[in-house]
Design a protein around this ligand. Structure first.
Ligand code: 3IX
Length: 210
């Protein structure tokens, strides 16, 4: 079974389902641990000012890991990253891992912490990383229990800085549907303050549309 087919099997139980139950899992039970280790590495490297000899040592170790994994490169549809709906952040490190607490097909509420990797400056998350998180969560909610859609627009308001290394709350809502158009909103909270909010249009794809 490919990772994508496997992802399809998870959907009926809900797109935020953390426990897919007993079935053959692409990448095995430890795939999420590997991705967590990669997240940690990204944060650590971003925050480190190591001496040159340690940089050379780390470079060698990283190249060794790449060389071991490279022979296992697969086409997109068999890729595990991004297709493991049971894992935090779908098993990818592009966006920070969103941890859903409550969800159904019309809303989701959860927690997220931007690690050092996402630093823009002065303790604030990079302005491109916040829309990335909104697109990830809204895109997933837009497709929850529905035909696949793609983002047509995503309007983001930056209300205050979004702090790095702080657990934040994100609430997202499916507002309404007009034909193929789905309108969703979301807000990101640092305690009681909104740091950013978003409104997105997602358009359901026609059969065969990439
Ligand atoms: C995304 C999933 C892909 C499949 C992956 C499969 C398995 C993976 C497993 C799990 C994945 C799980 C979760 C996914 C998580 C995150 C998802 C992130 C989503 C994205 O990150 S995805 C990438 C960025 N995204 C694009 O790469 C889109 C490029 N683009 C297009 O592909 C077309 O542009 C499209 C399809 C958007 C529309 O094109 P179209 O030809 O189908 O339809 P058309 O143009 O007729 O628009 C129909 C009606 O929408 C109105 N409309 C359109 N655009 C508008 C706009 N900008 N402003 C205002 N209104 C707009 C029109 O005005 C009309 O409205 P009306 O009917 O009222 O006249």
């Amino acid at each position: 079974m490919t990772a994508r087919e496997w992802a399809g099997r998870v959907h009926p139980a809900g797109p935020w389902e953390p426990d897919p139950g007993p079935m053959p899992v692409p990448g095995g039970a430890g795939f999420g641990d590997m991705i967590d280790a990669l997240r940690e590495l990204q944060d650590t490297i971003t925050g480190a000012a190591p001496p040159p000899h340690l940089v050379e040592q780390a470079t060698r170790a990283l190249r060794e890991v790449s060389a071991a994994l490279k022979p296992h490169t697969v086409p997109e549809r068999e890729q595990i990253t991004g297709h493991r709906m049971d894992l935090r952040g779908r098993g990818q490190t592009m966006a920070p891992a969103f941890v859903p607490d409550e969800w159904d097909d019309s809303r989701v509420s959860g927690r997220v912490t931007f690690g050092r990797h996402y630093l823009g400056g002065n303790g604030a998350v990079h302005g491109g990383a916040v829309p990335l998180l909104f697109d990830e969560v809204l895109g997933r909610l837009a497709n929850s229990g529905r035909r696949v859609s793609r983002t047509a627009y995503l309007h983001v308001n930056f209300r205050r800085i979004t702090p790095v290394g702080v657990e934040l709350r994100l609430d997202a809502k499916f507002e309404r549907e007009e034909g193929r158009k789905r309108f969703l909103t979301a807000a990101l909270y640092d305690g009681g303050h909104v740091t950013a909010d978003a409104e997105g249009l997602f358009v359901a794809l026609r059969p065969g549309q990439p």
